[in-house]
Write a protein that binds this ligand. Structure first.
Ligand SMILES: [Zn+2]
Length: 64
């Protein structure tokens, strides 16, 4: 997974992604996140890379 560091800008007048951040998923798909969502994703990625493991999805609680 990869999160853009800068907002999308292509200069097209009818672009609906202007100012949004591209998030590339493992399947090669892309989704678009606003700044708040992007920060959330980055926080999660940092946590994962810190070796703490992903949050416990089933209980909705963090493991630490
Ligand atoms: Zn565009």
């Amino acid at each position: 997974m990869w999160v853009a560091a800068t907002p999308h800008f292509c200069g097209e007048e009818d672009c609906t992604r202007e100012g949004y951040y591209e998030v590339r998923l493992e399947q090669g798909e892309s989704v678009w996140a606003n700044l708040t969502e992007r920060d959330e994703l980055n926080n999660r990625l940092e946590t994962w890379q810190g070796g703490l493991g992903p949050p416990d999805e089933e209980s909705g609680e963090n493991l630490w």
